[in-house]
Design a protein around this ligand. Structure first.
Ligand SMILES: CSC[C@@H](O)[C@@H](O)C(=O)COP(=O)(O)O
Length: 368
């Protein structure tokens, strides 16, 4: 996407081809800072600390991380060590594990002397594939937004609510949930986005709002608990969110709070869509609530808040009493029954096993 008129991706090969570079998302929206990743440990830290975050971007960063590991040592042991370090960074986004499995399948059979070049080629291919997938998700999602706009008589604004950041910052480019919104805006549909702030890391307030502002998409940041009220008063035409892992039955793991939004949408007859790139489908799982690992992060992400002071200085302050424990669950699972449809790069389908198999028939009968 464009930042101050200049095309950018969230991660890219450094011009000297000796490193990967990425937007440090912990510095947004107050500063646009690039972080240079030259080692396995720097790539792992970038994922763990959320300098880079979002399921597809985590996968792409991990692929570059394997390349960086092999640049230092292309032995079998170094490959396995690198895969293990990266796999241990975050548990929920299946893209991380898919990308690492993909890299291992490619690299393990190769002689060490061929691994570095092959790893870089694959990491770049994974990034390019993500961009193509997201463009396609945008095109399929655009049709849903056009239909919603037509149902509304093309009057007023098309009111869309989203949770967390499933925009281009969460992917290599274009985003998933925000991709249809960008395409609708560019097609002249007067879309307005209710942006859930998304406590505690504020991916909505700090990242989605920044992205939408950069592209000129009208939006309003709201507290996470406002969405149900807006839906009760007819101020939301549809919801669209991303996912970190979707089961073969259509259960959706996404940022904490997504499930509650889906409940409110169901109660108010508001369509609830999930933008789902196929690398985020976990074909091995059936029951998301029971089987998807939910990341628990440090409680200081809840007790402390970082922002810009009136002086312009960025500072972190504590908002809870000293000694009050904080439980920081980073994701929840929305059962398929609350999902209106899944928007994949191959089209839109019901949130069900049959629905997914209708778009991915090659998965029928495969023992996962
Ligand atoms: C296309 S990104 C989809 C999801 O990864 C996104 O909605 C989300 O939950 C991100 O969580 P995060 O903890 O910021 O990595």
């Amino acid at each position: 996407m464009k930042v101050h008129g200049k095309p950018m991706r969230s991660i890219w090969l450094a011009p000297d081809a000796q490193a990967a570079e990425a937007i440090d998302q912990t510095r947004l929206p107050h500063a646009l800072v690039t972080v240079r990743l030259t080692t396995l440990d720097e790539a792992a830290h970038a994922i763990r600390s959320m300098q880079v975050r979002g399921a597809p971007l985590i996968g792409a960063t991990a692929a570059y991380g394997v390349w960086l590991a092999l640049r230092a040592d292309a032995s079998d042991g170094a490959l396995e060590h690198g895969l293990a370090v990266l796999r241990g960074t975050r548990p929920t986004a299946v893209n991380l594990h898919w990308a690492l499995d993909d890299m291992r399948q490619l690299l393990a059979p190769l002689p060490p002397a061929e691994r570095v070049a092959a790893a870089l080629r694959r990491a770049e291919a994974i990034s390019d594939e993500d961009v193509a997938i997201n463009r396609a998700i945008g095109a399929h999602g655009l049709k849903l937004l056009e239909d919603a706009w037509a149902r509304k008589g093309r009057q007023g604004r098309l009111e869309v609510l989203t949770h967390c950041n499933a925009g281009w910052l969460a992917t290599v480019d274009f985003g998933t949930a925000l991709s249809p919104i960008y395409q609708a805006h560019d097609a002249g549909i007067p879309v307005h986005v209710w942006v859930d702030e998304t406590r505690p890391r504020n991916q909505g307030a700090q990242l989605t709002a920044w992205e939408l502002g950069q592209h000129g998409v009208p939006h309003t940041v709201i507290a996470d608990n406002v969405g149900g009220h807006l839906m009760q008063h007819g101020q939301v035409d549809l919801c669209i969110v991303g996912t970190d892992r979707t089961t073969a039955q259509g259960d959706v793991a996404n940022k904490i709070g997504t499930y509650l939004k889906a409940l409110a949408a169901k109660d108010n007859g508001v369509p609830f869509y999930v933008a789902l790139p196929s690398p985020t489908i976990d074909w091995t799982l059936r029951d998301g609530v029971r089987e998807i690992p939910i990341e628990q992060r440090d409680g200081t992400e809840l007790s402390d808040v970082t922002g810009r002071l009136a002086s312009g200085e960025v500072a972190t302050v504590r908002i809870t009493p000293e000694g009050s424990p904080a439980a920081n669950y980073a994701f929840d699972v929305t059962p398929a029954r609350l999902v209106t449809a899944l928007i994949t790069e191959r089209g839109v389908c019901p949130a069900s096993h049959d629905g997914l198999l209708s778009l991915f028939p090659e998965r029928r009968g495969r023992a996962e």
